[in-house]
Write a protein that binds this ligand. Structure first.
Ligand SMILES: Nc1nc2c(c(=O)[nH]1)N[C@H]1C(S)=C(S)[C@@H](COP(=O)(O)OP(=O)(O)OC[C@H]3O[C@@H](n4cnc5c(N)ncnc54)[C@H](O)[C@@H]3O)O[C@H]1N2
Ligand code: MOO
Length: 457
């Protein structure tokens, strides 16, 4: 296609390493700060949202010392000191159930039958599971040497202590985090509003699902893979379809996108070309840079800030409603929301290149703008089970499958053809093999870095 996005000849693009790209993105986005509007949502609606403020524990979890096993509760610490014989016989004088505590008093040599989760009766600190006792009438016999004092007791506040920070601002709310909030008795939570991302594909050759095939045309896959990646990140996605390779169409769609969203994500049209008029047009809309990155796939990337459009509402409604309303914001970010430019991230058209660019650069960028405190995706090491050809001087990302061999070592193999348009080998992958700039060929048995894709794609 004609590279409608490209400002001028390819030589105008800066060549950057992946590290430089991360630094430049950070420098560009940090001053914008995260989206500031705050929503209060119920827990079911809070999945994948980003906490707006620290959550302080209103109660202890668990709220009381309780049993971790079904069995018999006794005063293990006291009994041990008076009972040198490890064989103990205890009289059962009551039953404590989860939700129905036992409130009696015990004499020496007595115990209480107790169920998992039941409050530990006063003065008792140890539980012997019922599998470890012999029951006869109202007595149980056990070997106390198998049951250290304090065994099978869960302490009040051992998970969460009243007054402490349960979850910090910036935490992305995962299913486990939602469970933790629920364990504190919280029914709703303050989260930052979702990042609103407008997406469109570019290319004369693109067909929509259901369109009749025609010569030279292909179905637009990026629109679906990239939008799904955006949704995986908890973003509100505004689908602006696909545009043909015409600067006027690009200008019109970019303006529309910038007036609706925090971020404009595009695919295609950024590799090479000589369209100076496009450069002038883009410069009039804001500041856009074109980068050649020493990586494969994902070499070209366009990044910029599109001048703020007065009508930009930066609101949830922009991404969901058919009518767009301007929402006033409690602005806490570095830049007033009405003046915030929209961030433009132009992905390469090749489907795997677009996904890899997304994972490496768009993901952390969106994370920052969403106000998330996110650790970088960790890289593990695995033994390559095959020879990998690698040209020093660029970072290569290969689609791989990591698995454990018979010796329990992590090994990795590629998933097949690695062309940047081959989506089937992306689907088959459970990891990305990362071969850094300086690395040359990899021999079988050598260690390589891998990045697990679980939960990312
Ligand atoms: N002379 C040069 N040619 C190319 C260069 C270069 O530096 N010099 N870079 C190559 C690399 S690397 C990539 S990646 C691509 C990126 O090019 P563009 O971002 O301009 O993308 P297009 O040319 O529009 O498309 C590339 C390829 O991907 C297909 N495509 C585009 N959009 C979609 C979509 N939404 N769904 C599915 N497939 C899509 C398109 O048909 C092309 O086959 O440029 C190389 N060329
Ligand atoms: O680097 Mo392009 O990004 O593969 O095909």
């Amino acid at each position: 296609m004609t590279a409608i996005f490209q400002p001028a000849a390819a030589t105008n693009a800066q060549t950057l390493t992946t590290t430089q790209v991360h630094q430049k993105l950070q420098a560009l986005l940090q001053p914008l700060g995260a989206v500031a509007d705050i929503d209060t949502v119920t827990l079911p609606d809070a999945l994948d949202r980003v906490l707006a403020a620290d959550v302080i524990c209103p109660v202890n979890v668990p709220p009381h010392d309780n049993s971790a096993m079904d069995g018999y509760a006794f005063a293990g610490s006291k009994l041990k000191s008076v009972q040198p014989n490890p064989r103990l016989t205890l009289r059962v004088v009551g039953t404590a159930l989860a939700g129905a505590p036992w409130h009696g008093h015990l004499a020496a040599g007595e115990c209480v039958k107790i169920m998992t989760g039941a409050v530990m009766p006063e003065g008792l600190d140890t539980v012997v599971p019922h599998e470890q006792v012999t029951v006869s009438d109202a007595f149980v016999e056990l070997d106390a040497s198998n049951v250290p004092a304090g065994a099978n007791r869960r302490l009040r506040g051992e998970d969460l202590q009243q007054g402490s920070v349960a979850l910090p601002a910036g935490q992305r709310l995962t299913p486990a985090a939602l469970g933790l909030l629920a364990s504190l008795g919280l029914g709703q939570v303050s989260v930052r509003r979702r990042l609103c991302v407008a997406y469109f594909s570019t290319g004369d050759e693109l067909l929509n699902p259901g369109d009749a095939p025609r010569e030279g045309a292909i179905y637009d896959s990026n629109r679906f893979s990239l939008q799904a990646l955006l949704r995986r990140m908890g973003a509100k996605v505004l689908d602006l379809g696909a545009i043909p390779d015409e600067p006027a169409a690009l200008q019109e769609r970019l303006s529309q996108a910038a007036s609706l969203a925090d971020v404009v994500l595009t695919s295609g049209g950024i590799s090479a070309g000589e369209a100076d008029h496009t450069r002038a047009m883009l410069q009039s809309m804001g500041r856009v840079e074109f980068w050649h990155i020493t990586m494969r796939p994902g070499r070209p990337l366009a990044v910029g800030l599109l001048a703020p459009v007065a009508a930009n509402p930066y609101s949830e409604s922009a991404c969901s409603a058919s009518t767009i309303s301007v929402k006033s914001s409690q602005n806490q970010s570095n830049t007033p929301s009405t003046l915030r430019p929209a961030v433009l991230l132009g992905m390469p058209g090749n489907p795997v290149a677009a996904m890899v660019s997304f994972l490496m650069f768009v993901r952390p960028a969106l994370s920052l703008l969403a106000g998330e405190r996110a650790a970088p995706v960790p890289q593990l090491q695995a033994i390559s089970s095959e020879r990998l050809r690698k040209r020093p001087g660029r970072t290569e990302y290969l689609r791989g499958v990591i698995e454990l061999n018979a010796q329990g070592q992590a090994t990795v193999r590629t998933t097949g053809p690695q062309g940047s348009g081959v989506l089937s080998s992306m689907v088959a992958a459970n990891c990305i093999i990362v071969l850094n700039d300086e690395r040359g060929d990899v021999l079988p048995g050598e260690s390589v870095n891998v990045l697990l894709l679980q939960g990312l794609i």
